[in-house]
Ligand binder design. Structure first.
Ligand SMILES: Nc1ncnc2c1ncn2[C@@H]1O[C@H](COP(=O)(O)OP(=O)(O)OP(=O)(O)O)[C@@H](O)[C@H]1O
Length: 243
């Protein structure tokens, strides 16, 4: 069953066409990769899905509801969570308090919100850091916190924006494992990522954006063999293929 459907979405910035008639589908329970060169439009598409930007044309359907143009808080409440490429935790708050800010959206009582936050913090492997200030975390810790904040909203769909960037390979492998576990718990994911080995290992289906247009889509194997994708992305930045 389709959980997210993007239909012919277009978005321009002062004449610059960031997205041109882009469509994609995310099946419930799947992990879908969204790849493409810098400036291809990936973050813009996330912004449209999450309600941060209104598309000039096209529609976003989530779980059968047309959410196009809805404000971000309503979309989040309906079940779309999101991590950000540029992370902005509250540095002076503890790790647990940062996540409680998210769980308070779902739980009325502070006690319940705190209990839910504690669970999520444990879930992402930050249990030992729960009472430390967010500012003491490493990059890997920040990434996990970012994931925890998104999970705290109890989303059915998670939009992940480069959660592996800046991590060393051992840490990447741990986050890949964590994402698999989160999927097994029933969370569907749309994943923007430049670390191709992870995209290939995780994704059931991959979409390739290029200059704001959907260049190709298919299984990871199909996409990596597609000459257009190799020319536009994988070949040009060959390190992606093995990264
Ligand atoms: N708020 C904005 N105002 C003007 N131009 C923008 C804005 N946001 C994005 N753009 C432009 O739209 C195009 C698509 O950018 P976008 O950030 O969506 O690409 P991306 O695929 O996410 O790139 P990256 O991999 O570098 O994050 C780029 O040319 C970018 O400069």
């Amino acid at each position: 069953m389709t959980l997210l459907e993007v239909q012919d979405v277009s978005k321009s910035f002062a004449g610059l066409r960031a997205l041109h008639s882009v469509s994609l589908q995310v099946e419930r329970g799947s992990i879908v990769g969204l790849i493409g060169p810098n400036g291809a439009g990936k973050t813009t598409l996330f912004n449209v899905i999450a309600g941060v930007m209104k598309p000039d044309a096209g529609r976003v359907l989530f779980d059968g509801t047309d959410v196009t143009g809805w404000p971000p808080y309503r979309i989040a409440r309906l079940g779309i969570g999101r991590t950000f490429q540029l992370m902005k935790p509250f540095d002076t708050l503890s790790v647990l308090d940062n996540v409680t800010v998210a769980t308070l959206q779902r739980h009325r009582s502070r006690k319940e919100a705190r209990r839910a936050a504690t669970e999520v913090v444990e879930r992402v492997g930050l249990g030992e850091w729960a009472d430390r200030k967010a500012s003491v975390l490493s990059t890997a810790g920040y990434k996990r916190l970012e994931l925890a904040k998104a999970l705290g909203l109890e989303p059915s769909l998670l939009l992940l924006d480069e959660v592996l960037a800046g991590l060393v390979p051992a840490e990447r492998a741990r986050v890949v494992e964590l994402l698999r576990e989160i999927r097994a718990e029933g969370v569907t994911m749309l994943l923007v990522e430049h670390v191709m080995s992870a995209v290939m290992a995780l994704s059931d289906h991959v979409y390739v954006l290029h200059h704001g247009e959907m260049l190709a889509s298919g299984t990871p194997e199909e996409v990596t063999k597609d000459p257009r994708v190799i020319e536009a992305y994988l070949g040009e930045e060959g390190h992606h293929a093995g990264a």
